[in-house]
Design a protein around this ligand. Structure first.
Ligand code: SF4
Length: 267
């Protein structure tokens, strides 16, 4: 039986909800940890039992695999607790409110206390917590360049791009194919989201601000004649100065999963 040494083979079998119950920030980090040997497939309570058994026989531990790794939630919280919010707020495009760091995400305020706990004025999405804390810890404060680049053109994006297309861009394209009003609905739902003028000759273009200095641009091209529709998600060229590629991946895919849930609710 062929041994699995590629974490994406494991990732495909995970629910990809980034729930954090395995104590890692996301499913991709878990898949990497399984390959490294620091986690077992059984440590994810949601993996199907038949997949778990099959994986147990097929995993070839790759000790040198360390590129895809994430910090766990507790490590991130502890790093956040050592940050002086008043010194870093400006760099993050945030502000300090009653000793808490207030960061706008998709137009809503999220509050981070001195222990790294996150609360918000709306429902807190579990997938958002790790990228948000990572943004606080990792961001260099670089300014937005205004130059949009696809995920694959980010410095470390190329190896993860096929999965980003599969988990992020394709499902979002299908969602908009079947619900052409969706992007308009998202714009009215998230203040800060705005239409952009016909960038890349796309039919619909909107920009969103998951974090103040990490904008995302979604471009959708409608089907025409024999041509299928197309969709690309772009990041600002400075994105990796604010988040590592794993967190950008989680952020993009997490957003798409949230849009899917919104579309389901509004159907
Ligand atoms: S427990 Fe870990 S691997 Fe399993 S779904 Fe949650 S985050 Fe993903």
């Amino acid at each position: 039986m062929t041994k699995i040494t590629n974490p994406f083979e494991i990732y495909k079998l995970l629910p990809q909800t980034n729930c954090g119950e395995c104590t890692l920030p996301n499913c991709l980090a878990f898949a990497a940890a399984v390959i490294k040997g620091s986690k077992r497939p059984a440590d994810c309570p949601y993996i199907r039992s038949e997949d778990r058994e099959q994986l147990a026989d097929r995993i070839g531990i790759r000790q040198d695999f360390n590129r895809i790794r994430g910090e766990d939630l507790e490590t991130l919280k502890s790093r956040v607790s050592r940050i002086d919010f008043s010194e870093k707020a400006d760099l993050l495009g945030a502000r300090v409110v009653s000793d808490k760091l207030a960061i706008k995400s998709l137009g809503k305020d999220f509050f981070i206390d001195a222990e790294g706990n996150v609360t918000s004025e709306c429902h807190t999405h579990a997938w958002m917590t790790v990228p948000l804390l990572s943004y606080i810890v990792q961001s260099s404060g670089a300014e937005i360049t205004g130059r949009w680049v696809p995920f694959r053109e980010l410095k470390d994006g190329s190896p993860m791009n096929p999965l980003f297309v599969q988990r992020g861009e394709k499902p979002l394209r299908k969602l908009i194919d079947s619900n052409s009003e969706l992007l308009g609905d998202l714009m009215s739902m998230f203040s800060g989201a705005r239409p952009d003028s016909n960038l890349f000759a796309s039919d619909i273009t909107i920009s969103l601000y998951p974090f103040p200095k990490v904008p995302i641009l979604i471009c959708y091209w409608s089907p025409e004649g024999d041509l299928d529709s197309d969709l690309n998600i772009f990041f600002d060229a400075s994105a990796e100065k604010h988040l590592k590629i794993e967190s950008l991946f989680s952020l993009g895919v997490g957003l798409v999963m949230m849009f899917e849930k919104i579309a389901l609710k509004h159907r």
